[in-house]
Design a protein around this ligand. Structure first.
Ligand SMILES: Cc1ncc(COP(=O)(O)O)c(C=O)c1O
Length: 420
């Protein structure tokens, strides 16, 4: 049935204010944050310690450090795995920038591998071909809450004696073959920023089961002070270091949210199922998958447009953006998650992070090739995707999921109106 699109002056599908913001805040959050404030121990306080123990128990780690971001946790992972000057680290060509700039932070060189179109994760069958004598580690990103097929990654890592770092910033609670994200490799970084399923405003976790890696990672956390601020700090820079610990207020917020996280994950499953059902059969869409053995947390529900089926060029980004404007006019809050694949970002094109071409220019480094033809799948995904992030989460329920699917269906069944 032809309906006038809201962008062309028709009625919008979802009224203003229907979709509620993330995360839900209740008295548990208020009480814990105010109690932390009143305790006057704002750094290395009781919540700081407790959130580490609680997250370790929730996800299954021996050692957890609460950090000021997922980015810093990932840098701690890279440092823990001893990736430094001249070393190469295999990374996906599509992710958040700091999944890869964390490698540069420790002077090592990223080597990009294209993604698999269905899972949007690193193509595990292409990892081995990227291994060289300089490769030290593989960073896998469990993107949008879908785990990488970790058994395959671990096999390659074992064959070549490589460390495996898991970027779990979007993967709280996600599992592969029944095992949690973050518990497969040598160490993992989680994020607790505003958008994440465990929100503390900003913050993150550095996690491992290996005490030696834990101490190595922690050494970069407090300006190179060692053995660390918990054990009689000397305030002496033994080595290069940063300032990566978080604070007690954020820890209190994270604890309150962690106590509700299992409930959130259940609600998101229900909402995503309703949304998915509502989108089945909508023309020109490629819906996301959760292959057998994967438990997707639906952090980000990503749709691709089949632009060719609409008579467009497969990479017609301008038309993709027009579709997103039409969704927004219907009240559907979707967006392009990233506008560039990672190797197309300026720091990698210029091969210059610290000036004078470093770390690529280090005499110990071998030349690496970032020519963009190597990443056709990541580029196609980049140009054709859109995503729904927090609207599928509580306090929003299945009614919102149903409305969003209706709004998208309306646009996709009337795309010809966008040419008018
Ligand atoms: C996949 C991924 N990795 C790393 C990060 C960095 O986390 P943070 O913002 O806490 O530094 C993010 C944040 O959005 C992310 O989505």
């Amino acid at each position: 049935m032809s309906e006038k699109l809201a962008i062309c002056g028709g009625e919008r599908t979802i009224a203003e204010g229907v979709i509620k913001p993330w995360p839900p805040i209740d008295d548990i959050d208020r009480e814990m944050v105010v109690a932390s404030l009143d305790a006057h121990k704002h750094v290395f306080g009781p919540n700081d310690k407790a959130v580490q123990d609680e997250f370790a128990a929730w996800n299954g780690h021996k050692f957890v450090q609460f950090t000021n971001s997922g980015t810093s946790a990932l840098h701690m992972c890279v440092a823990a795995c001893n990736c430094g000057i001249g070393d190469e680290v295999i990374v996906p060509a599509w992710s958040w920038p700091s999944s890869v700039t964390c490698v540069l932070h420790n002077d090592a060189i990223p080597v990009f591998v294209d993604i698999d179109f269905d899972t949007i994760n690193i193509d595990v069958d292409k990892i081995e071909a990227a291994v060289t004598e300089r490769t030290k580690a593989i960073i896998v990103v469990h993107l949008h809450g879908l785990c990488v097929a970790m058994d395959k990654v671990m096999e390659v890592a074992k064959r070549h004696n490589l460390k495996v770092i898991e970027d779990c910033c979007q993967a709280h609670g996600a599992t592969y073959k029944g095992r949690r994200a973050g518990t497969w490799g040598d160490c993992a970084g989680f994020s607790c920023n505003q958008n994440k399923l465990l929100c503390a405003g900003e913050s993150g976790f550095f996690c491992t089961d290996d005490e030696e890696l834990f101490n190595k990672g922690k050494a970069v956390m407090a300006f190179g002070d060692s053995p660390g601020p918990f054990d009689d700090p000397e305030y002496h820079a033994y080595a290069m270091g940063w300032k990566y610990n978080s604070n007690d207020l954020s820890a209190a917020f994270a604890r309150a949210q962690l106590s509700k996280l299992d409930g959130y994950l259940e609600r998101i499953q229900e909402n995503a199922a309703v949304f998915d059902e509502g989108l089945h059969g909508v023309p020109h869409l490629i819906l996301p998958v959760a292959p057998e053995g994967h438990w997707h947390n639906w952090y980000n529900y990503t749709i691709r447009f089949d632009l060719e089926s609409m008579g467009r060029d497969a990479h017609d980004v301008a038309f993709r953006n027009k579709l997103l404007e039409a969704f927004a006019a219907e009240g559907v809050p979707s967006g392009a998650w990233q506008r560039f694949i990672l190797p197309a970002m300026t720091v990698f094109r210029a091969k210059n992070a610290y000036g004078k071409g470093y770390p690529w220019a280090a005499p110990e480094a071998a030349p690496v090739d970032y020519s963009l033809e190597q990443y056709p799948v990541a580029q196609l995904h980049c140009d054709t995707h859109t995503c729904i992030v927090s609207a599928l989460r509580p306090p929003n329920g299945p009614d919102v999921a149903r409305l969003m699917a209706q709004g998208i269906r309306k646009v996709m069944e009337n795309v010809e109106q966008l040419d008018a």
